[in-house]
Design a protein around this ligand. Structure first.
Ligand code: DAH
Length: 371
């Protein structure tokens, strides 16, 4: 065969190949089919690859021409493969967009009618903050023996401190008179009698006193805290309460004052005040030159440790107690204590929380009422 005839034959061969592959590329239905075409043309044993391998055996003049033609074919097929690949992935995306379309005209899901009561919310917040400091929750009964509520807390029967708390007495049940607990402090006793130090608990719960006005209801809530270990001192008490109060109220530089006081179950005892301002006639927490009493605390009295069978020479500890309503009212701008327990749904809707609400001290409890 003449050189010219041989070249012609090879060109014909290449244009047939080109048509064949172009058609296969154009009709490939998906990425897998397209890949098959790529392999059969340009893969290790692909037809174009095989032809390229034969170039070495050809006479130099023919090799030059045929090599150029083969490379052009290879480039053409490559770019066709690439273009089809893009087309296919576009099409795939479009079908997905079509299939997974979101109907933005659907009405929003209705909000649940129920709300989390501000007391539950506040207790949750307190438990979370103390939980982060390694405290666990302890519990005790609402109907309590007068021994746990008073006597074991270093308040003997004839002690005048009993008159500090207007107690609801119930009929005797056994050896000691029975009361509705006036404070959460008896949970300290129950915990120390049950557990060995180190102890680190908080005890939120209901408490009862015979009182009723804007700032007192016969049932209210307290949270008690108790830490017992070796080498615990007043510095731990201060640090712990300062961290808690500043985090709870969300005020980094909230002024905090420990003022000497008296509680029968602690020695020394202190009352804790936080900084506020009353200048504008409205109470504002923070650095305002005024003070507001917020909780009671102290180092656990050695008599209390002894009453619970704890070696007072080896162990010390601190305790504190605070009113849940009071700190909820302050944080969420709720003016009247009595409204907490009136079960008025309008009140609950206003001050209550949705389960996933993130409380914001700058706003009202449901994020809508400015303080
Ligand atoms: N139980 C006290 C009350 O109801 C509050 C209290 C004060 C609790 C000092 C404590 C404490 O644990 O150390 O007034």
């Amino acid at each position: 065969m003449s050189e010219a005839a041989a070249l012609k034959k090879s060109q014909d061969e290449l244009s047939i190949l080109k048509e064949e592959f172009s058609a296969a590329i154009a009709t490939a239905k998906d990425a897998a089919a397209l890949d098959e075409v790529r392999v059969s043309a340009l893969g290790k044993k692909g037809r174009i690859t095989e032809l390229l391998k034969t170039l070495g055996a050809l006479a130099p003049e023919i090799r030059k021409e045929r090599g150029a033609a083969l490379n052009i074919l290879k480039d053409e097929i490559s770019s066709k493969l690439e273009a089809r690949q893009k087309e296919l992935s576009h099409a795939e995306l479009n079908t997905r967009l079509e299939k997974e379309r979101i109907d933005v005209t659907l009405p929003v899901r209705p909000q649940p009618d129920g709300r989390v009561h501000p007391i539950s919310q506040t207790i949750d917040e307190i438990v979370t903050l103390f939980g982060a400091m390694g405290f666990t929750v302890a519990k005790g009964p609402d109907i309590e023996s007068d021994y746990y509520n008073f006597t074991a807390l270093n308040i003997p029967p004839d002690h005048p401190a009993r008159d500090m708390q207007a107690t609801f007495y119930l009929p005797h049940q056994g050896e000691h008179p029975t009361v509705l607990r006036t404070q959460t402090s008896p949970v300290q006793i129950r915990t120390m009698m049950k557990e060995k130090p180190p102890i680190r608990v908080i005890a939120p719960g209901r408490t009862y006193r015979c009182d009723y006005d804007m700032t007192h209801t016969p049932m209210f809530h307290q949270v008690e805290g108790l830490v017992i270990d070796e080498k615990i001192h007043m510095g731990h008490l201060k640090g712990c309460l300062m961290d808690f109060l500043r985090s709870y109220f969300g005020i980094k530089d909230l002024p905090i004052r420990f003022r000497p006081s008296y509680f029968p179950f602690t020695e020394p005892s202190a009352e804790v005040d936080i900084g506020c301002s009353r200048k504008s006639g409205e109470l504002k927490l923070g650095n305002g030159g005024d003070w507001l009493e917020i909780l009671g605390c102290g180092m656990v009295h050695p008599n209390v440790l002894k009453n619970c069978g704890i070696d007072a020479e080896r162990y010390q500890g601190f305790a504190f107690g605070m009113g849940v309503e009071r700190i909820a009212m302050l944080k969420y701008g709720i003016p009247d204590l009595r409204t907490f327990f009136e079960a008025d749904l309008r009140w609950l809707k206003h001050y209550g929380f949705l389960p996933l609400d993130i409380p914001n001290p700058a706003l009202g409890s449901n994020g809508t009422t400015a303080r």
